[in-house]
Design a protein around this ligand. Structure first.
Ligand code: GCV
Length: 666
């Protein structure tokens, strides 16, 4: 087997009802065909039932049983669907074929979740429209086949500077369409070298094949571009967005690109950050840069997704007023209202960089006249790199539910990125993808829950993380109660467990440089002086109040005051916002230092429990998957001990204060 089907395994539910299933459908588009094909696979596997597309829509009313797929104008949302199933007659209707495809996937999902033994007696009704207009995956795949922050093997899009088009691509498209993803950025945002030339003749044919395949599953292809492409590809002397020659180059390039790939969704851009070129070189703003591209691609309904992850990594962090957390707001807030309508600012969930916990970026509550997208990371760069289990959906749910106080209503992050708050249509959610060419796609079999969960949550931001986890387990592992209970328990604890044995109270960054894996308290590459945590023998944490970096004031009230007040600041973020003494008393009655010791012991013990819990599933889950996962849990258990000991001994050595419970700290 080259790869698994993750949650699209369609495990047999019953053989009770094996009569042929007839489909009534007049549609002949590619997306409807994908829906019909999926019903065929699904019913064959779930019930051993053969599905035939036999009849026209008009004949459905006289039939006794069957599935009707039909377009209707009674539904207005482009991706909305309606399902009505009763006594073996099932109607899936939508305004578009994409809506129908989503309806098909929902029927198949619900048959499994509800473990419906007999489709002929099933009653089910659902009408659903996605919460977010854009639901995207950002791949950080390089053209040589490597993946930046990739923990699941090599790229299945690129190899040796060639674009790959093969069966796996279709398996991928089916999988992500089944959870409602409608946009994919194929290549890394750090566009360098050969990748700059992805927008040239050599690659158009293959990209067009991918685009067509994706479109048949309701997915638009996007590409990351190099802002300096006019120089590197076009031989111009500058990439200045206000230079007429540069503008013309992009207009011509856009024309050429869309001529060859007519369904392309647009560009993703990382500019002026971590060595990437951008408008700053020419004294221009990010609005100048984004708008120039946006105007060039507007005739093709292209969208520019411009990242707000802009900061100067060469800053002098020893200056206590310098604060990387401030950078997003400081760079983009002055530009609010200046972007073209087909520009979206893509904002990482926190002001730093995908740490195990951070506050929500203040930009969400601040920008009022700019399209916004939330960027999450399911590639577990700082959360265990798909070797530790870390189910991130509970955290993502908290982020979406965060009240920014930007208005008196519709002020949660989920409102803002869905377009409800400011009546916008170009917005949504994106995740840095966690896939690669490993047999199980995501390195750790359980990491696929993040891929599944991100899609489901982006489609319906009100879904509960535990329900999402349950859905995923049932579809992936089948219906055994013990398997379900065990995996769900592990998933639901995993994020907090990881937080416990790694980075305390929101401080972050205590990782080995560059690889960002494993404990190293002063290690992070831009933190050579311990300035990211500011720990000394007396205190730890970053003062982000007015007395410190002033970052707190980037939030709306009452958040600004709450975060600035040690007593009211959420304790799990205390060290993010405040420099506090180790003997500062937390609400639990423990000092900060004792909290650090305790959580590290607890977290490591929980990781050991996960390993034991998994061992009890031997024989109940597929053996290959069992062994792969066992190896990961064993590593996690050992690595959690290393984390515990490195962190605890660091603070013991700094403070000289023993553990109150007398445990060995070094
Ligand atoms: C794609 C972090 C990562 C980089 C990544 C960057 C980004 O700094 O470590 O690998 O680059 O974020 O989001 O652009």
């Amino acid at each position: 087997m080259e790869y698994t089907n993750c949650w699209l395994q369609y495990r047999r539910i019953s053989d009770k009802n094996i009569a042929e299933l007839e489909i009534y459908c007049d549609l002949d588009g590619k997306t409807a065909s994908c829906g019909i094909e999926e019903l065929k696979i699904g019913f064959q596997e779930l019930y051993g039932r053969v599905v035939k597309k036999v009849k026209q829509e008009t004949e459905f009313k006289n039939c006794e049983k069957g599935i009707l797929l039909k377009i209707t104008t009674d539904i207005s949302g482009k991706e909305e669907y309606c399902i009505q199933c009763e006594e073996g007659k099932c109607v899936i209707s939508a305004l578009t074929e994409t809506g129908i495809l989503y309806g098909v996937f929902s029927v198949l999902r619900n048959l499994q979740i509800q473990q419906v033994e007999d489709f002929n007696t099933w009653t089910y009704a659902e009408r659903k429209s996605p919460s977010n207009p854009l639901r995207m995956l950002n791949h950080w795949d390089n053209m040589d086949g490597s993946i930046e922050r990739g923990y699941s093997g090599e790229s299945f899009f690129f190899c040796k500077n060639e674009v790959l088009v093969n069966e796996r691509l279709k398996a991928y498209a089916r999988m992500i369409a089944s959870v409602g993803i409608n946009g994919v950025v194929l290549n890394n945002v750090n566009v360098k070298g050969a990748a700059t030339a992805l927008i040239s003749e050599r690659y158009y044919e293959k990209l067009q094949l991918i685009s067509e395949l994706f479109l048949s599953y309701g997915i638009k292809l996007f590409l990351s571009i190099n802002f300096a492409a006019p120089m590197e590809l076009g031989g111009l002397a500058v990439a200045d967005p206000c230079n007429e020659g540069v503008m013309q180059w992009w207009r011509k390039k856009a024309n050429e690109i869309w001529d060859n790939i007519p369904g392309l969704g647009g560009f993703l851009v990382k500019a002026d950050s971590e060595g990437r070129p951008g408008p700053f070189t020419y004294g221009r703003t990010h609005a100048d840069g984004a708008n120039m591209l946006a105007r060039a691609i507007a005739p093709y309904e292209g969208i520019v997704i411009w990242r707000c992850f802009v900061y100067n990594c060469q800053q002098n962090w020893r200056d206590t007023k310098t604060d990387r957390a401030r950078a997003g707001y400081d760079n983009f807030m002055p530009l609010d209202g200046m972007f073209e309508d087909n520009v979206i600012l893509q904002i990482k969930n926190g002001p730093m960089d995908f740490q195990v916990r951070e506050p929500v970026s203040p930009l969400f509550g601040a920008l009022k006249n700019t399209n916004m997208m939330l960027e999450l990371q399911i590639a577990q760069e700082y959360t265990g790199q798909q070797r530790h289990v870390c189910y991130l959906i509970p955290w993502f749910q908290q982020i979406l539910g965060f009240n920014t106080f930007c208005k008196s209503e519709h002020s949660k992050v989920s409102d803002i990125v869905s377009g409800r708050t400011y009546n916008q249509k170009n917005c949504g959610m994106a995740a840095v993808a966690n896939t690669g060419n490993d047999v199980n796609w995501t390195g750790h079999d359980l990491a696929a829950a993040n891929l599944y969960g991100f899609g489901r949550l982006a489609f319906d931001t009100e879904l509960n993380p535990e329900c999402i986890g349950t859905e995923w387990v049932l579809q992936t592992f089948g219906f055994h109660e013990k398997v379900k209970e065990t995996i769900l328990t592990i998933l639901m604890k995993s994020w907090l467990t990881y937080e416990k044995y790694t980075s305390p109270l929101g401080i972050g960054w205590m990782v080995k440089p560059n690889v960002h894996y494993g404990p190293d308290v002063d290690g992070y590459e831009y933190d050579r002086w311990g300035t990211y945590h500011r720990a000394d023998h007396k205190a730890i944490g970053v003062d982000r109040t007015e007395m410190g970096t002033g970052y707190c004031s980037q939030y709306n009230e009452p958040l600004a005051s709450i975060f600035a007040d040690r007593k009211r600041c959420p304790e799990e973020l205390l060290l993010f916002f405040h420099h506090v003494e180790y003997d500062y008393m937390l609400s639990t009655g423990k000092t900060v230092l004792q909290h650090i010791y305790d959580t590290h012991f607890e977290g490591a013990a929980e990781a050991a429990q996960f390993y034991e819990m998994w061992q009890k599933l031997k024989g109940l889950v597929d053996e290959d998957c069992y062994q792969r996962t066992l190896e990961r849990f064993h590593h996690q258990k050992e690595h959690a001990l290393e984390w515990r000991d490195v962190i605890n001994s660091y603070f013991y050595r700094k403070t000289g204060v023993d553990d109150k419970k007398g445990r060995l700290l070094y």
